[in-house]
Design a protein around this ligand. Structure first.
Ligand SMILES: [Cu+2]
Length: 175
């Protein structure tokens, strides 16, 4: 897909300048989403890695992209997240948002996302994320889809991504 469209979609994940009535609708949708969420805590292990709460923000049906977030805790030696794949999208890329002289841009992370020894890396809106490209059919809030992560040392692990409404960026630690 054109890089520009991907950037625009990625940008939209972070910056929403929407008319008030739309914001209200979104807020209501988010509230409904929150109320219907069961206990969402879910985590996965791969070797020394713990992958906590992989989630994706629900996107408009027409969007060709989506982003996936999670927290990865590493209790062992340094590792790297090299790649991801999912039946939900033709392609998944590792992305970073960067502040380039006041303009937020996203860039593919070359060489994988570094997971420092005995450290924690958060993939979160506005920062590191997995970008899903060429999404044929957008998931809706409440959906789940599988995502395979490939780590340099810990190998491959498949996690289940929960799809959540866009207006709830806060995911308290230890939720
Ligand atoms: Cu991106």
């Amino acid at each position: 897909m054109p890089q520009l469209a991907a950037e625009a979609a990625c940008y939209a994940l972070r910056h929403c300048n929407l008319p008030p009535h739309t914001m209200k609708k979104l807020a209501l949708a988010a509230l409904a989403g929150l109320l219907s969420l069961p206990a969402l805590a879910h985590d996965y292990s791969a070797g020394a890695l713990k992958i906590d709460h992989p989630w994706s923000r629900a996107m408009p049906a027409s969007s060709p992209t989506a982003a996936v977030f999670m927290t990865i805790s590493n209790s062992g030696g340094a590792d790297r997240l090299l790649a991801a794949s999912t039946p939900q999208a033709a392609r998944a890329e590792l992305h970073q948002h960067l502040n380039d002289n006041g303009v937020m841009r996203m860039r593919e992370v070359s060489g994988g996302i570094v997971l420092p020894a005995a450290g924690q890396v958060k993939l979160a809106p506005g920062g590191l994320h997995l970008m899903l490209l060429q999404v044929p059919k957008q998931a809706v809030s409440g959906d789940r889809f599988p995502l395979q992560l490939q780590f340099e040392k810990a190998g491959k692990v498949t996690v289940e991504v929960t799809v959540e409404s866009g207006m709830a960026p806060v995911h308290p630690a230890g939720h």
